[in-house]
Write a protein that binds this ligand. Structure first.
Ligand code: DAK
Length: 272
C-alpha cells in the first residue's frame, strides 16, 4: 500500500518537509502525507519548518482533491523532539515572542483546519512536538512513542498552545502534571489518559495510520468540515496571547538561558 505513495508537486524552499500523496481510488481524491525531514536532529522544529508547514497547509486548504492530511516525522525515533533548542538558545525575548507567535499561528491553523489533520507519532513527541500533535484532530502513535512537555526543565514554558490544548484533550489534572513535571509518558499511558486515539506496532506504522484515515475519507467532506468547525468553535484567542506574553517573560529570566545552554552542553541546569 505504501508503494501507492506519489510525490506531491509543491515548490518548497528547502527539503525540510517531504510531501507525498496516497490515492484513495475515488476520482482524484488523495490523502497528503507531510513528513518533517530533520532526522539527525530528531525532527526538531526550526523556523523554516514552521514557515514551510504553514505554507503547505495554506496551499492545500482549498484543494478539494486532498481529503485529509497525515503529519509524521522522518525515521523511526522521533515525531518531533520539540522546538529547535539550538536556534532557540540564541533568541532575545522579542525573537522568542515572534517565534512563539509563528508557532502559535501554525497550531491555530491546524486546530481550525477544515480537513482532518492526523498526527502519526512515530517516536519522541516532546515540547513543541507534543503541542503540534495536540493541535491535530487525531493522534495515532507507534508503540515506541514518548510524550512530554519538558519546557520547565529548560527554564521556559510551553509556547505553542500546550497550556491551551492539552487540558481539553486529557483534562486539567493530567495536563498540569505533564506541564509542571516535565516528565515523559509512553504510548500506553498516553492512550490511557486520552492523549492518543490509537496505538499501533512500529512495523508498518504509516500503513496502519493510512488504513484508518482512508476509512473516514469515505464520509462526506462537507459534513466532516462542519463537524470540525463546530468542535473548534470555542474561542481560545485570549489564552494564546497570555501564553506568548509569558513565554517572552521566560526569556527575560536567567533560567531560560541556563536551561537551554545546559541542554546543548549536556549538563544539568542550575536554576535560580
Ligand atoms: N532541538 C535541537 N536539537 C535536538 C533536539 C531539540 N529539541 N532534540 C534532540 N536534538 C538533537 C540533539 O542535540 C542531537 O544532535 P547532535 O548532538 O547529534 O548534533 C540529536 O538530536 C540526537 O539527540 P540525542 O543525542 O540527545 O539523542 P538521545 O536518544 O540520547 O535522546 C531525547 C533523545 C529526545 C531524549 C533528547 O534528544 C532530548 O532530551 N531532546 C530534547 C527534548 C526537549 O527538551 N524538547 C523540548 C524542547 S523545548 C516556543 C514554542 C514552543 C516551545 C518553546 C517556544 N515559541 C514558539 C517561542 C517549545 C519548546 C520546546 O519544544
Amino acid at each position: 500500500m505504501t508503494e501507492d505513495l506519489n510525490n506531491y508537486k509543491f515548490s518548497l524552499k528547502n527539503d525540510n518537509l517531504l510531501l507525498e500523496t496516497f490515492n484513495l481510488g475515488i476520482e482524484k481524491k488523495q490523502i497528503l502525507i507531510i513528513t518533517i525531514n530533520r532526522e539527525k536532529s530528531l525532527n526538531a522544529v526550526n523556523i523554516d519548518i514552521l514557515k514551510s508547514l504553514t505554507n503547505i497547509l495554506n496551499h492545500v486548504k482549498n484543494d478539494s482533491n486532498i481529503l485529509s492530511i497525515i503529519l509524521t516525522g522522518a525515521g523511526n525515533k522521533a515525531f518531533i523532539a520539540g522546538a529547535d533548542i539550538k536556534s532557540m538558545s540564541t533568541y532575545s525575548p522579542e525573537e522568542a515572542y515572534n517565534y512563539s507567535v509563528l508557532g502559535q499561528d501554525l497550531v491555530k491553523l491546524i486546530n481550525s483546519f477544515e480537513k482532518p489533520i492526523i498526527a502519526a507519532i512515530n517516536g519522541y513527541a516532546l515540547g513543541g512536538g507534543c503541542e503540534i500533535a495536540s493541535a491535530c484532530h487525531l493522534r495515532y502513535a507507534s508503540e515506541n512513542s514518548i510524550f512530554g512537555q519538558p519546557e520547565v526543565k529548560l527554564g521556559i514554558i510551553a509556547g505553542w498552545g500546550g497550556t491551551v490544548n492539552l487540558k481539553k484533550l486529557i483534562g486539567l489534572g493530567n495536563a498540569t502534571k505533564l506541564l509542571i513535571s516535565g516528565n515523559t509518558i509512553n504510548s500506553d499511558e498516553a492512550y490511557r489518559i486520552g492523549l492518543v486515539n490509537m496505538v499501533f506496532p512500529l512495523q508498518n506504522f504509516l500503513l496502519s495510520v493510512i488504513k484508518e484515515v482512508k476509512s473516514f475519507c469515505q464520509n462526506s467532506p462537507n459534513a466532516i468540515k462542519n463537524t470540525l468547525f463546530s468542535i473548534n468553535s470555542s474561542d481560545n484567542g485570549e489564552s494564546y496571547t497570555i501564553e506568548s506574553d509569558l513565554f517572552r517573560d521566560s526569556f527575560k529570566h536567567e533560567d531560560s538561558s541556563a536551561g537551554l545552554s545546559a541542554f546543548l552542553k549536556r549538563e544539568k541546569p542550575k536554576f535560580k
